[in-house]
Design a protein around this ligand. Structure first.
Ligand SMILES: [Zn+2]
Length: 210
């Protein structure tokens, strides 16, 4: 198991700002965490990811109890904890309400058409979790279930959550999905998002597995 506690706070602050400034986490939405040897380092409840400082990061245990810090942890703390509990290989999680990605979760349009090679390399489809009240145990449980087989979940009428080995990797994957949905929207406006063939998808997967 890889622990990233040395610079966990710095890392959370850095990638939070990148996320906000990319337009992926409007207002006070979204939350970010890193798994450390002492528990989960997570952003505080109600803070804007662009304006946080070290005091807005809280250390919690896997039941959501505060171990270190003065602020209230993000209300989605149990969702983060569920993911870490199911997945030993995930060290960092980003949950955000990126408007372009969320549009798919609102319209019920699956994110799966292989229109871009880099998307097709990582995903056949971004799984969709049915709507549950934000911050609820039901949402946390459903997302945890989804993560048994996936590193990402689109949350119906809500947003997206993605886990990876580091916050940097999680951010890059999210940015890829953001680029995908923007290309999809643009292509639809210009006459239709056309997929690459199954053969092309297989070729790209083979190429990067070498
Ligand atoms: Zn949310």
């Amino acid at each position: 198991m890889e622990f990233l506690d040395t610079d966990a706070k710095k890392s959370i602050l850095y990638w939070s700002k990148r996320l906000y400034q990319r337009g992926m986490s409007p207002a006070t939405s979204g939350n970010i965490s890193i798994k450390t040897k002492d528990g989960i380092m997570i952003s505080a409840s109600g803070c804007c990811l662009n304006d946080m400082d070290e005091n807005d990061i809280v250390l919690i245990d896997y039941d959501g109890n505060v171990k270190e810090g003065t602020k209230k942890p993000s209300s989605e703390k149990i969702m983060h904890s569920e993911i870490y509990t199911h997945r030993d290989d995930i060290n960092a999680i980003i949950h955000c309400h990126c408007p372009m990605i969320t549009a798919f979760a609102v319209a019920g349009v699956p994110i799966k058409k292989p229109i871009l090679p880099d998307f097709a390399l990582y995903w056949d489809e971004i799984p969709l979790v049915s709507y549950h009240c934000p911050s609820s145990i039901d949402l946390a449980t459903s997302v945890g279930e989804c993560f048994k087989q996936n590193n990402v979940a689109l949350l119906k009428n809500h947003g997206i959550v993605l886990g990876d080995t580091s916050l940097q990797n999680a951010y890059y994957k999210l940015d890829l999905i953001r680029a995908y949905v923007e290309a999809y929207f643009g292509a639809e406006v210009l006459g239709g998002a056309r997929a690459i063939s199954k053969k092309d998808v297989n070729e790209i997967k083979k190429l990067y597995r070498k």
